[in-house]
Design a protein around this ligand. Sequence first.
Ligand code: SAM
Length: 338
Amino acid sequence: MSPPLADQMPLSRQQVLELLGGSDDDWLFSRARLATELAFGDQVFMRGIVEFSNHCRNDCHYCGLRSANREVVRYRLSHNQILEAADQVASFGMGTLVLQSGDDTKFRCDDITQLIHQINAKHKLAITLSLGDRSLEELKAWREAGADRYLLKMETFNRRLFAESRPKANFDERLDRLKGIQALGYQTGCGIITDLPGMTDEILAQDIIELTRLKLDMIACGPFVAHPQTPMALSGNGCVLKSHRVSAILRLMNPGANIPATSSLEALEPGARALALLRGCNVVMPSFTPQHVFSKYDIYPGKNAAKAFLRERLEVIRNQIKQHGLEPSSARGDSRSH
Ligand code: SAM
């Protein structure tokens, strides 16, 4: 039987604002750790992410994969290469496979459906999809084929900031899609980029409140990292400590959610991803993208930048987790939100 969850802490906007400002980090981080421990013990769920295409029709101003970036070398993995990567995810003891790409409609509904069927026939992996804005028909077909989870980040719930940073996207459509995903029975994930240029603590507090209102299964927050080939190249990088505060606050308000420690933390400060596991996070997502295209999934500097091969990178992450007194877990790691 699972242990009881910590009660959701109903923080007011004013309390969230004060915590974001650093009013009591010791209290915040220790309470967040306690709430994480009550929900998931000392387990850190390992998810293997396969970034199978870096083609993208969107033009998000923060992202290196944006369609207007002509310098990025584009790739698409073949069906068999994706299956082989899924085999590796299973053989290296991950409980979940995350399939992610840019918004690449060259992968048609049936392509993804077939992949889900083939992976489920061979492995006992939970399958998370993160393919961007796809139609409800497609999302329904993939759910029926056996996909378990879908991740679609709003990046911010502030309409002005959303419009400025995602010029080709529609705020209401994305939010409706997210609710559609929930209605289809997916374990649903959303999230934000902290310190997106133009973001204030007021906006961040509202983002935290909106994320909590959605009663999500997965909540991802990671700091903004400036990419040189984007319109936000000259904006300052996000603050690691601020991002840690956000994940800790989110944990208190969403005790049963899976909250990943993102690679953007690690890109800004080595060790920051593992430290996030003591500050509300309970998931890590090492990349299983094949070596020949690994570095081309260049969302931001430092993403997939490690020179080491997969086995060694996994070893590093596992050791970091253990050094914090936590245990890397091969479990599926379903959310405890519902
Ligand atoms: N295309 C899909 C979508 O938009 O939902 C999924 C893949 S998208 C490339 C992966 C995530 O990377 C985004 O949701 C965003 O949060 C994050 N990201 C992109 N550029 C970033 C940056 N410069 N700094 C931090 N995070 C970034």
